[in-house]
Design a protein around this ligand. Structure first.
Ligand SMILES: CCCCCCCC(=O)CC(=O)SCCNC(=O)CCNC(=O)[C@H](O)C(C)(C)COP(=O)(O)OP(=O)(O)OC[C@H]1O[C@@H](n2cnc3c(N)ncnc32)[C@H](O)[C@@H]1OP(=O)(O)O
Ligand SMILES: NC(=O)C1=CN([C@@H]2O[C@H](COP(=O)(O)OP(=O)(O)OC[C@H]3O[C@@H](n4cnc5c(N)ncnc54)[C@H](O)[C@@H]3O)[C@@H](O)[C@H]2O)C=CC1
Length: 313
């Protein structure tokens, strides 16, 4: 699936903002967790210079390790008969990734900042208002948010024309989609740059307005929630619900398996946020079983138990 993509946008310096075509060669990814490490990996694979930032040096060390291992999986497939070329691919990609614990410093050399920190509006506001003061004029800011409004996130920055959503999917190196989200003030030039960059890092891009959950999560969250309600009512077993959707609808994972994979706390966080914002939408109503599992710490794969039991990693 992952192809080595030659990055083809010519680097240029721009002093003015709105009419420019940003030249993305240097990307700063903020948040070195699950998503940030995947975004850093696919960017480096595509020839970008990457700075991966996290507040925690331990997280950065863990990310580097997992990126190395995942690049190894990619190399094994891409260079099946040429293991030496595979090793070169891994070491060159790794060499393009620098790490930092200082978001402001790392934004100073960025053409694009992709934010993948915790899903919390006030934490994202704090980060972006700090970066807005130090990043170069031409730098585009993007959020990988799953469920928050791009317009609301960018309300704290001056560069609203150079702000958008770049929503990746988990696991980033495998999932081929990138949702490119236009906020109310995202300029045409910024949108075009984001689309080109998405293609350059090997993704198929679709466009969506700034609506809750964009395309995928707006459909996926109610689907998963309906599956939980079906199970809660005792209409079918968890295993049968999952088997039904895998064999009857061709999904790679059933809805309850996917809920465990994403994390039940994340499911609940998104549902609660949308319920608060749209109290009259019954699809977003709280689910007592989901609340109970989260309260018991049964958060899915990462906790060793959710709808199913897992070996703890
Ligand atoms: C209420 C909803 C709330 C949403 C909350 C927020 C979430 C979001 O905002 C948006 C999201 O991300 S939603 C989740 C989207 N992801 C999915 O739906 C995943 C569905 N599952 C799958 O595609 C496969 O089971 C999957 C690919 C995961 C695993 O496939 P398999 O079961 O076949 O397992 P493997 O055989 O291990 O892997 C298949 C191939 O992929 C390679 N691979 C797996 N992980 C990798 C990784 N991390 N890096 C690089 N390569 C990787 C693996 O090597 C294998 O390759 P092949 O050997 O060539 O087949
Ligand atoms: N987990 C998923 O399947 C997906 C998540 N997302 C979104 O991506 C973002 C990140 O999610 P994950 O990677 O799952 O979270 P995660 O918890 O694995 O990683 C977040 C990282 O951000 C770091 N961090 C927190 N505040 C920071 C700050 N101010 N500066 C620098 N680093 C900071 C944390 O130390 C942590 O390592 C969220 O907005 C989430 O909604 C989007 C698509 C899929």
């Amino acid at each position: 699936m992952t192809k080595l993509v030659q990055f083809g946008v010519i680097a240029r310096n721009f002093s003015s903002s709105s009419a420019m075509q940003a030249a993305i060669k240097n990307v700063t990814v903020i948040g070195g967790g699950l998503m940030g490490s995947g975004i850093a990996q696919v960017s480096a694979q595509a020839g970008q210079n990457v700075i991966l930032v996290d507040l925690s040096p331990e997280v950065l060390a863990k990310s580097q390790k997992s990126i190395g291992a995942n690049l190894g999986r990619v190399a094994k497939k891409m260079y099946k008969d040429k293991p030496q070329d595979g090793e070169k691919f891994v070491s060159e990609s790794m060499a393009r990734i620098k790490t930092s614990t200082d978001p402001a410093e790392a934004a100073k050399s960025a053409d694009l900042v992709v934010e993948a920190i915790v899903e919390n509006m006030s934490v994202k506001h704090k980060l972006f208002s700090q970066l807005d003061g130090v990043a170069p004029n031409h730098t585009i800011f993007a959020s990988n948010t799953s469920s928050l409004s791009i317009n609301e996130i960018c309300s704290v920055v001056k560069r609203k024309d150079r702000f958008g959503g770049l929503h990746f999917f988990n696991p980033v190196p495998v999932m081929r989609l990138l949702e490119v989200v236009r906020g109310a003030e995202t300029s045409d030039a910024t949108y075009k740059s984001m689309m080109e960059w998405g293609k350059a890092v090997g993704k198929t891009c679709i466009t969506c307005k700034d609506t809750p959950g964009f395309v995928v999560n707006r459909l996926l969250v109610p689907y998963i929630c309906e599956a939980i309600r079906l199970y809660e009512r005792g209409d079918a077993s968890a295993r049968d619900i999952d088997t039904a959707m895998k064999l009857g609808a061709g999904y790679p994972m059933g809805p309850l398996e996917l809920a465990d994979y994403v994390g039940l706390d994340t499911n609940k966080f998104i549902l609660d946020g949308w319920h608060k914002k749209y109290p009259n939408q019954p699809l977003f109503n709280p689910i007592p079983l989901l609340d109970k599992l989260v309260a018991e710490g049964k958060l899915g794969v990462k906790a060793g138990e959710g709808f199913y039991k897992y070996d703890k990693k």
